[in-house]
Design a protein around this ligand. Structure first.
Ligand code: ADP
Ligand code: ASP
Ligand code: MG
Length: 814
């Protein structure tokens, strides 16, 4: 014999009821079927009762809706004519009763617990009646006859012993035919037989009590998900089904908010060693989750799941007078227990100076009141500081019985939270070692669940959440490359790249669930809001997304200004924008320091040499103990292009124009010609080599007179052909001497210089094609023969690829 419980989610519509019918009829053994009210009906009944109680005639509409919903189901299901008449008559009677009760509540304006319990029982009474008629040859049982409760404070506590006896007796006297139908949730008081219930979600409990009493072979919980999942699927979209859980793990998870099973459900069946199988009514082919008696193993999965309770308040009793005093905790807990307050997390410092207790928010004020009374004397004497209450908190727990004796789990848990900027307010781990819990701010809950799910590899994919700022040449190329790579990264590297924000100078668009990359630009321009650096910053901080990376593909100083704050809030920064890394040395240090403290990355490889691995290589050398003594480099793709393009036919001014047209140069080519761009790059490289330099300290040897830099861009284009003749002369002369012009940046033991040099044919810089860059790195180890890195040093495509590669490298740091 087995017990099958179908939740409200499974009995909400004619279609799902048909599925339920098929599942039950496919069973060959005797089954006891426990059913919930139709999906949402319990909520609506409670709401209507509240309306009636507050003399709001709107209750009638709600009640009509509930009634017509049931009528619609009856109308749309297949019943014999005879059955149909009977069911219409019986449900009609229940509807009449319900309407009368409501009228009474409305007129008197009073709603006692007793009336409310009675009202809410109609949900299950109606649904069980309908399902009974749907299953031919079934018998309907009245749960109030055998599920019994006792009064305790304002609630009803099931009387397991008495219920157990009565269940057995009922089914012995009235043996179930092939199928027994029992309404879940509803019960009656052991003393006065008034209708009561087992609390919200309590149908699971009814089913467990019956399964235990009847020694069922299995308890099946049929719902609308494929099983017990690693986390609440409504919060974590990568949550997946857990194949197997031990009873202890299931208790830990449900107790901590995994709503899929009502927490007390596990206990009765655990005692009898009856396995629970969580199944999906809508996908009956899936195996679901088995909850059964399994022992901890060394090789099993360490963390099975995560759960959380979002309404938490933390009560702290603190005072130096508590140190070493015996009986303080006893008084705390007795006081709370005497007032019916349940405590779900406790943390005491070993100095005994403070005890913190997590309670439901609704219990917080009462807890403070009763504890303040209990300790009024100590508070007056100053040995206890007072009772402190913190609100708006959440509790999160990781669960797995295999974590027993495995070192490092707590470290990983708190490390992952810390890296994402989530502060832990209180924590607890019992010596049972099946659960580690901590209290955090409610606003961090979603992020914490994601972080933990991700870092314990509960997720099938690791996730990176990107904010891409700038949709110009580099930004748009990057988005194109991400779009191309997205599925490969997901399949091969198990890395999910999620674009959660895109912004340019005009519009900004954010979406937690990700922005599809096909047609992103139109989407941004149509649906985005007006963009500003402040708005971008506020939105990102507000979204508070885990594993997030801010990607700057602009050249904007205002965007670069945001890095510090973002990194201090644990968001990594990847930037193609040179402004920050070449800004004032103090700012550069501050940014590096901020990223280090927050445990996030600040990457700007593409600031120098586009996609060439220059900064990474220098860092690898210095990290392994080498010392960079000298750098010599051609770092301006634009200038190199210009000097390589000069010929008899192409004079200097034309070569500049070509560089601009090919998008190598900045729109104002003077940024390149003045050496400003190279200076910035050299400053960045020198800093990475360990030097304390600022831009003004770089010696600049200009190769065109200052006057060309002073006027407007138009004046520049008009005047610059004046230089053509000089350059042509120099070019011819160099051609004769077999030399070439190169704009070289150099760093030599702390001294920085940029300027034009003539290089001979044997020099590594001589054959530097097109817009290529080259760098020679001389170190203590690479001394006689410096290390050389050469390749494309400009262009949107390689720059975007470099940015992409920086982004990917962040995925490896968890
Ligand atoms: P029923 O009406 O069948 O009793 P419930 O709504 O009570 O259904 O429980 C099922 C729901 O529990 C799922 O739809 C899911 O959204 C939610 N849920 C929360 N945590 C989990 C979890 N860890 N695993 C599966 N479902 C969960
Ligand atoms: N119908 C009740 C509720 O919604 C009991 C249950 O569904 O388990 O809480
Ligand atoms: Mg439920």
């Amino acid at each position: 014999m087995k017990v099958m419980k179908f939740g409200g989610t499974s009995v909400g519509s004619p279609e799902s009821l048909q599925l339920v019918k098929n599942i039950i009829n496919n069973e060959s053994e005797t089954v006891i079927v426990v059913v919930s009210a139709l999906d949402g009906v319990t909520d609506r009944l409670l709401l209507a009762a509240d309306f009636a109680f507050k003399s709001n005639p709107g209750y009638k509409t709600l009640l009509e809706e509930i009634i017509s919903r049931h009528k619609m189901i009856i109308k749309n299901m297949e019943f014999s004519l005879e059955d149909k008449e009977e069911i219409e008559q019986k449900t009609g009677q229940l509807f009449d009763e319900l309407q009368n009760i409501f009228r009474g509540v409305f007129l008197i304006g009073d709603l006692s617990q007793k009336t409310s319990d009675k009202i809410v029982s109609y949900g299950e009474r109606l649904s069980s009646l309908i399902i009974h008629k749907l299953i031919e040859g079934s018998r309907l049982y009245d749960a109030t006859k055998f599920i019994k409760t006792n009064k305790q404070f304002d609630s009803h506590i099931p009387d397991l012993g008495r219920s157990n006896e009565l269940i057995r007796k009922t089914f012995a006297e009235m043996p179930p035919p092939r199928v027994a139908i029992v309404p879940g949730f509803i019960a009656s008081d052991i003393e006065d037989n008034d209708i009561t219930n087992l609390g919200r979600g309590g149908s699971d409990y009814t089913a467990a009590m019956i399964a235990a009493a009847m020694d069922a072979s299995t308890l099946e919980i049929w719902t609308d998900v494929n099983g017990f999942m690693t986390a609440d699927p409504r919060i974590i979209n990568s949550a997946y089904v857990i194949d197997e859980l031990s009873f202890i793990e299931a208790i830990e998870l449900t107790n901590f908010g995994a709503k899929v099973i009502y927490p007390p459900t596990i206990f009765p069946v655990y005692h009898k060693n009856i396995p629970i199988n969580v199944r999906n009514t809508f996908r009956p082919g899936e195996k679901g989750t088995m909850i059964r008696n399994i022992q901890p193993t060394r090789n099993g999965k360490i963390i099975k799941g995560i759960s959380s309770i979002n309404d938490t308040a933390l009560i702290t009793i603190q005072g130096l007078g508590m140190v070493g005093v015996i009986g303080v905790n006893k008084r705390i807990f007795s006081t709370l227990a005497d007032n019916g307050i349940s405590v779900f997390i406790v943390s005491q410092a070993s100095s005994e100076n403070s005890t913190s207790i997590g309670v439901r928010t609704q219990d917080a004020d009462l807890s403070r009141k009763v504890l303040s009374e209990e300790f009024s004397h100590e508070i007056e004497m100053g040995s206890i500081n007072g009772i402190m209450v913190e609100y708006d908190l959440a509790t999160i727990a990781i669960v797995g019985q295999n974590m027993k004796h495995v070192p490092g789990i707590a470290g990983k848990f708190f490390g992952a939270l810390g890296r994402n900027g989530i502060s832990v307010i209180a924590l607890a781990q019992g010596a049972g070692e099946t659960n580690i819990s901590c209290v955090i701010s409610k606003s961090d809950l979603r992020k914490s669940l994601n972080v933990i799910h991700d870092s314990f590899f509960l997720s099938p994919y690791q996730e990176l959440n990107l904010f891409i700022i700038g949709t110009g040449t580099v930004g748009s190329k990057l988005l194109e490359q991400i779009q191309q790579q997205q599925s490969t990264l997901k399949e091969q590297n198990k890395l999910r790249i999620n674009i959660v924000g895109i912004a340019n100078g005009r519009k900004a668009l954010f979406a937690r669930e990700g922005i599809p990359l096909g047609g992103y630009y139109e989407n941004l321009m149509e649906n985005g809001v007006t963009s500003s650096p402040e708005h971008i910053r506020d939105e990102i901080l507000e979204m508070n997304i885990f594993n997030s990376v801010f990607v700057d593909c602009t050249a904007s100083p205002a965007i670069a200004e945001l890095y510090g704050e973002l990194m201090s809030r644990n968001i990594s920064v990847v930037t193609a924008n040179k402004i920050a890394a070449s800004s004032d040395y103090e700012n550069y240090r501050y940014l590096k320091e901020t990223s280090r403290k927050a445990g996030v990355k600040f990457l700007f490889e593409t600031n120098v040499g586009a996609g060439l691995p220059i900064i990474n290589t220098m860092n690898s050398l210095t990290n392994s103990g080498d010392k960079i003594v000298k750098l010599e480099a051609v770092l301006s793709g634009t200038l190199n292009f210009i000097f390589n393009t000069l010929s008899e036919e192409i004079p200097f001014s034309k070569a500049i124009r070509l560089a601009v047209d090919a998008q190598f140069a900045e729109p104002d080519p003077r940024i390149d010609l003045s050496g400003l761009d190279v200076t910035r790059k050299l400053v960045i490289l020198s800093r990475e080599a360990g030097a304390h330099v600022n831009q003004p300290e770089v010696v600049k040897k200009l190769f065109i007179p200052q006057k060309y830099f002073d006027g407007t861009l138009e004046e520049f284009w008009e005047a610059i052909p004046e230089m053509d003749a000089i350059f042509e002369e120099r070019r011819k002369e160099l051609e004769r001497k077999n030399k070439k012009l190169r704009f070289v940046a150099s760093y030599d033991k702390g001294a920085c210089e940029v300027g034009l040099r003539e290089v001979e044919s044997g020099h590594p810089f001589y054959d530097l094609e097109g817009s290529n860059n080259i760098i020679m790195i001389t170190t203590e180890r690479y001394n006689e023969y410096p290390m050389v890195i050469k390749g494309y040093g400009a262009g949107a495509s390689v720059t975007a690829a470099g940015v992409f590669s920086d982004i990917i490298s962040i995925a490896n740091i968890r």
